[in-house]
Design a protein around this ligand. Structure first.
Ligand code: GTP
Ligand code: MG
Length: 427
């Protein structure tokens, strides 16, 4: 068989948005959100050839941009030979339909772009189901009574499905598919619950890595646990949670879970659809919030992540905030020593290994079952107790006295209560 490589022409995208100056930089179109949109476009395989931002108090109902600006956008698209227009905010079904008609080009919005990247990066069956579910829920209202269905089929960003299944134009058919996917997902969820129950029964402590996309979560998991998770300078490189274990010095077992990254204006359908994956975060004992400490935008990123964590019901968990990429931090960028909402704050580099012992210490400090060193004196008559200590607890030191064995051992609060009668300093 001869394999013929077909090279697809790169899409040429014009980015567009409305800057309302509403004062909420996480929802508005700003220089940063447009720069991020360009990176998203790049990750999806499109080249940004132009940007158009209109200043107006609120988007126009029918066409998002004002009439004059739409004309300007049309002219720009023609002269730049654009193949695609990407809006920075979610478009209503009407806006989408009108804009496609006026511009004569494929129009997508930030949500569709993110969904498209997720569709490309989904590998596990769970990931694929979740992405398709989010895509269909997003598409459904946008297929109602409009004539653009056909233009949504075929190749190109915003049209890709996760599997072989083509998006069906028939609403009923889509509803049926959504129902089917929901059932499949609940099966997967059961499987996940079983896995989790297994972890709980082996008394491991679960630590979830959460954070903005591209902050370095997967790189950190790899360096801490020797995992080989795909990490790349790409947005949403990780979709599937990977779990790897390591032990703390006091013997506690940690299971660290890598998770999907967050971004501002994350489509709500995605959060909904990814609930079963994201549950790994809300059920963890500790959250390590990885932030890119070399990015001047770090505070906004932290805000977005904290918001989503709260939405997932994980707002009250102990959080270790890890400012990553210390090796690349610009000299004039100041990082706070602590932030509200973070139990501990550390500075690290997953590339050079800088600060990792501090990170481990912080995790050990906030994780349940923290152990401390105590010196016990076990009378020689209690041989069984001594063997038990040896078998189940990390021993730091051992010495013999005429009336018993002195053992320096690490104990958590519960174990401490049990061995309290043998504390040496009680004498
Ligand atoms: N300079 C520097 N780059 C880093 C560091 N840690 C990670 N990176 C780079 O940052 C990029 C993103 O890393 P990932 O580990 O894929 O980030 P992530 O948080 O898992 O991203 P998503 O899975 O997309 O959410 C990669 O190019 C890494 O090599 C670091 O400590 N210093
Ligand atoms: Mg990752």
């Amino acid at each position: 068989m001869v394999l013929v490589e077909t090279k697809q022409e790169q899409e040429r995208a014009v980015l567009a948005g409305v800057h309302t100056g509403s004062g909420d930089p996480l929802k508005d179109t700003t220089e940063e959100s447009i720069a991020e949109l360009a990176r998203l476009a790049e990750t999806a395989g499109a080249e940004t050839v132009g940007v158009l931002i209109q200043n107006r108090p609120s988007p126009e109902n029918a066409t998002y941009l004002g009439e004059g600006k739409v004309e300007e956008l049309l002219a720009a698209c023609q002269s730049l030979e654009a193949t695609l227009v990407i809006f920075d905010s979610e478009l209503s079904p009407i806006q989408l339909k009108n804009l496609e008609k006026i511009l004569g080009l494929r129009v997508i919005d930030r949500s569709m772009l993110i969904l498209d990247i997720f569709a490309r990066h989904a590998h596990s069956s769970e990931g694929k189901i979740q992405v398709e579910l989010a895509q269909l829920r997003y598409m459904l209202p946008r297929l109602m009574g409009i004539g653009t269905q056909l233009s949504r089929l075929g190749a190109g960003i915003g049209t890709r499905g996760p599997g072989e299944t083509r998006l069906e134009t028939d609403r009923r058919h889509i509803r049926r598919r959504i129902h089917h996917l929901q059932e499949a997902l609940s099966e997967v969820r059961k499987h996940r619950e079983l896995l989790r129950a297994g972890r709980k029964s082996d008394k491991s402590i679960t630590v979830a890595l959460a954070g903005y996309t591209n902050a370095g979560k997967s790189t950190l998991l790899n360096i801490l646990t020797g995992a080989e998770v795909y990490a790349e300078d790409k947005l949403f490189a990780t979709l599937d949670p990977t779990v790897r274990g390591f032990s703390l010095e006091d013997g506690r077992q940690i299971l660290m879970i890598d998770t999907v990254g967050f971004i501002r204006k994350l489509p709500h359908h995605l959060i909904e659809a990814f609930k079963s994956t994201l549950e790994e975060i809300s059920l963890a004992d500790v959250i390590v919030h990885v932030a890119d400490g070399s990015n001047p935008e770090y505070l906004q990123h932290i805000q977005v992540v904290s918001g989503i964590l709260a939405e997932l019901g994980a707002g009250d968990k102990p959080v270790v905030l890890a400012f990553n990429k210390a090796d690349a931090k610009p000299e004039d960028l100041e990082l706070p020593a602590s932030l509200p909402g973070a139990t501990r704050t550390v500075s690290i580099s997953a590339h050079t290994g800088y600060g990792l012992p501090d990170l481990i210490d912080a995790i050990a400090d906030v994780a349940p079952g923290k152990k401390q060193a105590f010196t016990l004196k076990i009378p020689f008559t209690q041989g069984a107790l001594l063997s038990e200590l040896h078998e189940n607890h990390p021993i730091l030191n051992e010495d013999y006295e005429p009336d018993g064995t002195l053992v320096e051992v690490l104990l958590d609060a519960k174990e401490y209560n049990r061995f309290k009668p043998y504390l040496k300093d009680k004498e």
